[in-house]
Design a protein around this ligand. Structure first.
Ligand SMILES: NC(=O)c1ccc[n+]([C@@H]2O[C@H](COP(=O)([O-])OP(=O)(O)OC[C@H]3O[C@@H](n4cnc5c(N)ncnc54)[C@H](O)[C@@H]3O)[C@@H](O)[C@H]2O)c1
Ligand SMILES: [Zn+2]
Length: 346
């Protein structure tokens, strides 16, 4: 098959391209090389078209040559600055809307969409008296260092694995635009009879992660600090849990989805199934690098969530996907892996 990978020069898109090539498939990458993400034009060894996914003129000649689209292009990060909202909406939602319309025009009916765990908001929690409840942490609790979410009855909640049918509850501009991508793609699948896999990645890490940018993920921020001989700063008490999934596993999940057409819209968690705390990640990386001991600095940012850990059951069931790279091996390798060039313009 021939695949258009939007955002193909990015961290995950470039690994999807490597995986497809290794499996004997052909791909063409489209990337706007956003200055927030790229310091220089990366050399990736794949056909790259520099252009914007919001442009029908850029998309049309590419879509006429492909069987399926892998849509990774997005503006990533936390989305805490209200002035960033128009850019998030343009790159993520206008981009997806234009892509879907042009796919329909070109007769391309299969899409794999990079979605995110952020669509779930604050994970899934159970109160021993009230069952599964929506969690929202109170500012007053955070200020007092009470980081665990509480039920409306005041009791602390117990986190559980999030299944795909959990309520969707985005808590940041970025998260809202990722969920809107899913809604647009789901409507398109219904209108056109097309096939959409929305892969909800959890915390992806691995070689070629961007470094030294405010938009980089936590693994990259810790790794960059250690490389500069600085102790990683761990927010809250470091006990917040995430699912760290290696980028080569995420690339394989994309390959499996690209190879499994199925009419309609399906959302699937792409995770390792083995949650770890942010503190564990910082200490494991510091040990692997023989660097300074991480410092636990407290605090919590608006929109930060406490525990988001997912169920990997559906991905195994519908895609045959199971993560292969374990936390210890992946972190040890990441401690010395190459990272993407820092951006030159802030
Ligand atoms: N990294 C993670 O942990 C993670 C987790 C969940 C979801 N995701 C999703 O995975 C996808 C890839 O993320 P990544 O970590 O590789 O980020 P990245 O920034 O490395 O890659 C995104 C790429 O998209 C490009 N891009 C952005 N807007 C574009 C546009 N309008 N036209 C063309 N190209 C554009 C950027 O230049 C960049 O190369 C994104 O959709 C992101 O939301 C990532
Ligand atoms: Zn309760």
């Amino acid at each position: 098959m021939r695949v258009l990978i939007t955002g193909g020069a990015g961290f995950i898109g470039s690994h999807v391209a490597d995986e497809l090539s290794a499996q004997g498939h052909d791909c063409v990458l489209l990337d706007a090389l956003l200055p927030e993400a790229h310091g220089s034009v990366p050399s990736l060894g794949h056909e790259l078209v520099v252009g914007d996914v919001t442009s029908p003129d850029v998309l049309r000649p590419l879509l006429s040559t492909v069987d399926v689209v892998c849509h990774q292009a997005a503006m990533v990060g936390h989305g805490v600055d209200p002035f960033d909202a128009p850019s998030y909406a343009r790159h993520n939602d206008l981009g997806t809307a234009v892509l879907l319309a042009e796919m329909y025009r070109a007769g391309v009916s299969r899409l794999v969409l990079a979605s995110s765990m952020v669509v779930y908001g604050e994970g899934r929690y159970r109160c021993l008296s009230h069952g599964v409840v929506r969690a929202e942490r109170a500012a007053a609790d955070l200020e007092r260092g009470l980081y665990e979410p509480r039920c409306f009855c005041g009791d602390f909640l117990v986190p559980e694995l999030v299944p795909e049918d959990a309520p969707l509850d985005p808590r940041s501009t970025y998260a809202a635009t990722k969920l809107a991508q899913e809604h647009l793609a789901s409507a398109w699948a219904r209108q056109t009879g097309g096939s959409v896999w929305a892969l909800r990645y959890h915390n992806v890490y691995g070689p070629r992660m961007p470094r030294d940018t405010p938009y980089a993920g936590v693994a990259s921020i810790f790794r960059s600090a250690l490389q500069n001989g600085v102790a990683p700063r761990v927010m809250e008490d470091g006990r917040q849990r995430r699912d760290f999934v290696h980028v080569t596993d995420v690339a394989r999940a994309n390959f499996l989805a690209l190879s499994s057409p199925r009419p309609g819209f399906e959302a699937v968690n792409v995770c390792s199934g083995s949650p770890h705390t942010i503190g564990e990640l910082a200490f494991a990386l510091a040990e692997a690098c023989d660097g300074p001991t991480p410092s636990i600095v407290g605090g919590a940012r608006p929109g930060d969530v406490r525990h988001v850990v997912a169920s990997p059951a559906k991905a195994l069931d519908v895609l045959g996907f199971e993560a292969k790279v374990g936390f210890s091996d992946g972190v040890r390798e990441f401690a010395f892996a190459s990272q993407r060039e820092p951006v030159t313009t802030p």
